[in-house]
Write a new protein. Sequence first.
Length: 202
Amino acid sequence: MSKMVILSFNNTASTGCANYSGSRTSNAAGAGNALNSGRFFADASLLDSDKSKYSIFDVANWFLLKETMTHKKLQKLCYYAQAWFYAVKNERLTDTVFEAWVHGPVSPVLYDKFKGFGFSAIKILENYETVIKAEDLELLESVWKTYGDRTGNALEALSHSEPPWNIARIGYSPNERCEVAICPELMKDYYQSIYLGDKCSG
């Protein structure tokens, strides 16, 4: 299997408040419990929201400053940011869990915030100033450089090819609703196994 490219890469809280634009729709389906299935986590420190560095909305807003994007793409970028933070620093980036939904990893709280946009692109309306610290920007820039040129559908397909999402969905049919949390230990171990530092190979 080809290895993914990822560059080398205080407990703070923020409301992550920002105004967004896009064509909103009420035809959104699915839901989830952000604290579901805590028993799946071997390392409790990776699940402790008090030990996360940022709100999920802080990280989502940082990606939205990069470009206007769909909700699906935003979800997957936030997932990969969380995963690589586990892998490289053994720390929790955001205060959310990601569940193994049909279309890939999803943060339920992020879904609740942006579900009204449907398939429309999301854009920050105001001059939002990021709260991400300099020490974490390299990680996020690495994730953006690795995954940012892909569509939401391409990132969904990629997540479907990787063990963390697949293991969480064991026992579920392809189109069956699943709210099982993706295990941080699996995320950490898998992405460590494909970590290449600042070099890439096929």
